[in-house]
Write a protein of this length. Structure first.
Length: 161
């Protein structure tokens, strides 16, 4: 049974149909995230060490944090419209985390996303990730904006597992 860590987005809340879906597929840990907390990094590290997930899934700011954690611990990542750039603020993470990259990552980009523009995500990935991430896949969803529908979420989960 898969052990999954799900990190919601900055303006999203804990729980909901995506978490329910993941819970039907394995053990899902979906903590309430406050990305402004001063001890965010130590909180995330203790979370990973307590949970020891097989997969980290994140959306937007949660996708950025999933990328950071996946890089530090070499845990596969599924990131939906990750805030790799264009963040409204930078969470308090040490600068050295930018030198670590997941060994396997799937990035799902909504072509209609105006919050985290997909073309900027692709440029960021090209400049900062390609060659550093051993196995990276990009999935572009033509009619998706920043919000990820349950159908897209479930389909992408099933595609990578």
């Amino acid at each position: 049974m898969k052990n999954i860590l799900y990190l919601h987005g900055l303006e999203s809340g804990q729980g909901g149909p995506k978490v329910d879906y993941l819970a039907s597929r394995g053990i899902c840990h979906a903590p309430e995230m406050d990305y402004t907390r001063k001890d965010l990094f130590s909180y995330l590290i203790s979370l990973i060490e307590d949970i020891n997930p097989d997969l980290i899934i994140g959306s937007s700011m949660g996708g950025y944090c999933a990328y950071v954690l996946g890089g530090l611990y070499k845990i596969p990542v599924l990131a939906f419209n990750p805030a790799l750039h264009s963040r409204t603020f930078d969470p308090l993470l040490p600068s050295f985390v930018k030198n670590h990259h997941p060994s396997k990552m799937t990035v799902v980009i909504g072509d209609k996303d105006t919050v985290i523009p997909g073309n900027e995500t692709l440029d960021y990935m090209k400049d900062n990730m390609m060659g550093n991430v051993a196995n990276v896949t990009v999935e572009r969803i033509k009619d998706m904006g920043h919000r990820v529908t349950l159908d897209v979420f479930c389909n992408m989960y099933n595609k990578i597992t």
